[in-house]
Unconditional design. Structure first.
Ligand code: 3PG
Ligand code: MG
Length: 429
């Protein structure tokens, strides 16, 4: 087994002339297509947060090769999930030219990567256009490794995924480390784990019920109280025997079961576990709940918030999220950390006298699911792998070797891929 080593950062490497693979999380909310069929980045937080690392790599004279996923295209090429909107936003923010590759692996891409000038950037097409990415296929990781002398990840939001670009690739690249964003995220998350202000309360909302419900159990031992909002609340309300009006989204039976267990555990721990006492047409928490939640939060010394409390994209149902956000913004003596794309968007969009309240929060994390898993497991696989490398002996870190294709099978399958030319020629670049 490899001996765990210190987490290296981008500062630890000489980057000049090297192909530096930057795994970033450019999975951002996108607009519907405009009249030219082009989608646009609607919240550029994740891209802006990665800029210090990108700029540093360019200044140091690296050949910067950015890889990211966008959405969940299920292993198929699908222009709806193209990297292009993110690439356009990056070029705009940096005010520089960014080469956009039309693929992410293959000989053409290898050639293009070698041609990137020192200090310049090439961005790869969506890594998830290959099912091998999410399957952590070793052959796919090997293909990626051919365009990579140094591996740097700043994809905090995806560091809970054991995918080829977040886990398999760094396992086989000896020179690997994290960027400035992950460094900053670790600082805040470690403070929540090791030196939390108390009472420490967790606010959980959003629609991704099943994703989160399982982690709540584990988080109970870390906090002194929980506040629930968003669609997730219905699973708990139903678990308590309340009727959920039929016109609302009904919670899945397994979520209701999980909710029952969580409520029992909260009871056993005598831990305050607050649920909505009224709603705004089932799409937002109501005024009594807002007052109840604000009063409860007034005592907190540390808060972590993941998931909006209502359908905040619709102004009619943004009141709960906005009122709780404004209350927290003005609360002194409390460390306030927010995580998750939607929640961060909601905070960014929440204005007082025309100014966003975002700066009143201590940290806006780029991780949603990743943030919760960090708190649950005291770390993330995509960060741990930078220290330990690949450990085939550990079943937990099992590598999908047996499912991997041979070179010949890989070539044949990719030759047959519809529409996608793996050599990177014949498309935009
Ligand atoms: C996210 O937005 O949560 C990250 O980019 C990870 O995406 P995923 O949940 O589709 O793995
Ligand atoms: Mg997610």
């Amino acid at each position: 087994m490899n001996k765990p080593s210190r987490l290296k950062t981008i500062r630890d490497f000489t980057l000049r002339g090297k192909r530096v693979f930057l795994r970033l999380d450019f999975n951002t909310p996108l607009s519907p297509p405009d009249e030219n069929g082009v989608r646009h980045v609607e919240d550029d937080t994740r891209i802006r947060e990665a800029l210090p690392t990108i700029k540093y790599a360019c200044e140091q004279g690296a050949k910067v090769i950015i890889g990211s996923h966008v959405g969940r295209p299920n292993g198929k090429r699908n222009e709806t999930y193209s990297i292009l909107p993110a690439a356009m936003k990056l070029a705009e923010l940096l005010d520089t030219e960014v080469t956009v590759a039309d693929d992410c692996v293959g000989e053409g891409i290898e050639f293009k990567a070698s041609q990137v000038q020192n200090g310049h950037i090439m961005i790869l097409e969506n890594l998830r256009f290959y099912k091998e990415e999410e399957a952590n296929d070793p052959q796919f990781a090997k293909y990626l490794s051919r365009i990579c002398d140094i591996y740097i990840t700043d994809a905090f939001g995806t560091a809970h995924r054991k995918h080829a670009s977040t886990y398999g690739l760094p396992s086989i690249i000896p020179d690997r480390g994290c960027g400035f964003l992950i460094e900053k995220e670790i600082k805040y998350f470690d403070s929540m784990l090791h030196t939390p202000g108390q009472p420490f309360y967790l606010i959980l909302g959003g629609a991704k019920v099943s994703d989160k419900i399982q982690t709540i159990h584990a988080l109970m031992k870390r906090v002194q109280g929980m506040i629930i909002g968003g669609a997730m609340a219905y699973a708990f309300m139903k678990a308590k025997g309340e009727k959920i009006p039929h016109e609302w989204k009904q919670p899945a039976p397994e979520d209701v079961e999980a909710a029952k267990e969580i409520l029992k555990e909260a009871d056993r721990r005598k831990m305050p576990f607050l649920l909505p006492v009224d709603t705004n047409e089932g799409f937002d928490i109501g005024p009594k709940t807002i007052a109840l939640y604000q009063d409860f939060l007034s005592k907190s010394k540390m808060v972590f918030w993941n998931g909006p409390l209502g359908w905040f994209e619709k102004p009619d149902y943004a009141t709960g999220t906005n009122e709780v956000a404004k209350f927290l913004a003005n609360l002194s003596g409390c460390v306030k950390i927010v995580g998750g794309g939607d929640t961060v968007s909601a905070i960014n969009q929440c204005l007082v006298d025309g100014v966003s309240i975002a700066s009143k929060f201590d940290h806006l994390s780029t991780g949603g699911g990743a943030a919760l898993e960090y708190l649950e497991n005291e770390g993330l696989p995509g960060i741990e792998v930078l220290k330990t490398g690949y450990r085939p002996q550990s079943p937990d870190l099992e590598w999908n070797e047996k499912n991997s294709k041979t070179d010949a099978e890989w070539e044949a399958e990719n030759a047959a891929r519809d529409g996608g030319s793996r050599d990177g020629r014949g498309g935009r670049s």
